[in-house]
Design a protein around this ligand. Structure first.
Ligand SMILES: [Zn+2]
Length: 472
């Protein structure tokens, strides 16, 4: 029963709950609304259509409006000349899968193939690599974040039901007019050939759009593609976190507490201090390992599984200015907490027969100095999911910092230099901590620095220890 609950929790967290929440609320790799003085972004999905897309391009040219086309690969394949025309006339082309199907209905590898295939079609026609992706119906799953690499997900701030012909051009025009405000990302459709759409609905869209283009220009607005909208928004970014994000962090903490209660995690408290971590009794599920002090660990052995406290992590992240800073800070926390953990284990009758303590973390620098064996995880789905989860978690925890400098390496650049590792320590060894250690700051710093730092990594990527991700 407990296992069933656990897997339910993971499935929900990894596949649906977390990505939706994170992407919509944080704009993590996702853009859906801009912050501009007088620019509006026009986006058109599902095309190109041999009849309506040329008419749309004519219309946009007449009013000097630029747009972004999220093309369906299977349609684009048949209309390479339309893709070239889009590029020549200054529009941006993005990817909308190869066939118009929801990402929740496809395996992650299928989604990846769809994206790659469409990307190739665009490159063959225009010589340019697409930078933007819009999943059909805006539905993302967690794997999209790792599948996309350099691609940025673009959602929208307003959509209008323009795929239904019975809405009529007038009503559609009124709906769009209401959203004719700077920063909006408007979603319209230049093709009615997808499931659930009416084939001739784009005729209404063209009529309604023209009225809106005229009104928009009269008000002094500019119609821009998504690239310009993003660039302008970056420039106007505020420095402080809004209420929404703070609320979400609160929600996250609540979710974590629920997990702790459900799986009976015990805090390792440091008196008046907040707990540094929690532990629970479980069995080891990884590959067999021989620890440095000769203890071997195989599947099914009883262990104590460690989970860092997220509130503590949030504090550490807030007070450190670099990945190195986080690692040093955390090493000091660990150093103080290990004796407390040792005493808790000694006092806990359930911990009597454990063979080791175990945890999974991205911050393994310096951990061996404390007496942990640092073991690489076999590269499988578990390692991949942990990696994604740990990064998302860290973004959430550090979300009320000022925006960091833009990374130069791009989304995929630092991926391989960080991977979650298992930290293991035999029971005998951890119990020796019952008398406290004493490192000097200098020793602490040295042990961290001697280990490699990920090239160009940011705090968000190189440092994160999860609470809920360590379960096998
Ligand atoms: Zn679509």
């Amino acid at each position: 029963m407990e296992n069933l609950l656990l897997w339910g929790f993971y499935l929900l967290t990894f596949y649906a709950f977390l990505p939706g929440l994170v992407s919509r609320t944080f704009g993590f790799k996702v853009f859906k609304k801009g912050r501009t003085e007088r620019e509006i972004a026009l986006t058109f999905d599902d095309g190109p259509d041999p009849v309506y897309t040329p008419q749309l391009l004519d219309l946009l040219a007449r009013y000097d409006a630029k747009a972004t086309f999220f093309v369906v690969g299977a349609h684009a394949e048949l209309q390479p000349e339309l893709l070239r025309r889009m590029r020549d006339e200054g529009h941006v082309i993005g990817i909308h899968n190869y066939v118009h199907k929801s990402n929740w209905l496809m395996r992650p590898s299928t989604v990846k193939k769809q994206i790659r295939r469409t990307c190739d079609i665009i490159r063959e026609a225009t010589g340019e690599r697409a930078s933007y992706y819009r999943p059909p119906w805006g539905i993302v799953n967690l794997f999209d974040f790792s599948n996309l690499g350099y691609l940025k997900i673009i959602l929208w701030s307003s959509l209008f039901g323009d795929w239904r012909i019975r809405l009529g051009a007038d009503r559609l025009g009124k709906r769009i007019m209401k959203k004719l405000n700077p920063g909006e990302v408007l979603l319209l459709h230049d093709c009615g050939q997808t499931w659930g759409a009416d084939p001739d609905a784009p005729a209404n869209m063209l009529k309604a759009l023209e009225a809106c283009l005229i009104e928009g220009l009269r008000r002094g607005y500019r119609f821009v593609h998504i690239e310009e909208m993003i660039a302008l928004t970056e420039r106007n970014k505020p420095l402080h976190t809004g209420l929404g994000k703070r609320l979400l962090v609160g929600l996250w903490m609540l979710w974590e507490s629920a997990f702790h209660v459900l799986f009976r995690l015990k805090p390792v408290s440091g008196g008046a201090d907040e707990p540094a971590f929690h532990y629970r009794m479980t069995t080891y599920g990884g590959p067999p390992v021989k620890l440095e002090d000769g203890v071997t660990l195989s599947k099914g052995d009883p262990i104590a599984e460690l989970h860092f406290d997220n509130r503590m992590l949030q504090n550490v992240a807030r007070h450190s200015s670099s990945p190195l800073g986080v690692a040093i800070h955390l090493l000091r926390v660990m150093e103080k907490a290990l004796p407390l953990l040792a005493s808790s284990l000694l006092a806990d009758p359930k911990a009597e027969n454990i063979r080791a303590v175990y945890g999974i973390t991205m911050i393994h620098r310096g951990a061996s100095r404390l007496g942990f064996d640092v073991v690489e995880l076999p590269e499988n789905w578990f390692a991949r999911i942990s990696r994604i989860y740990l990064r998302l978690l860290f973004r959430i925890l550090t979300s009320n910092r000022a925006p960091r400098k833009k990374r130069s390496a791009g989304a995929g650049g630092t991926k391989n230099s960080m991977s979650p590792r298992m930290l293991l320590m035999s029971r005998e060894r951890i119990l020796r901590f019952a008398s406290p250690l004493d490192f000097t700051d200098e020793e602490c710093r040295r042990s961290v620095q001697t280990q490699e730092l990920p090239a160009g990594g940011t705090v968000a990527e190189s440092a994160s220890v999860s609470s809920t991700s360590t379960v096998h």
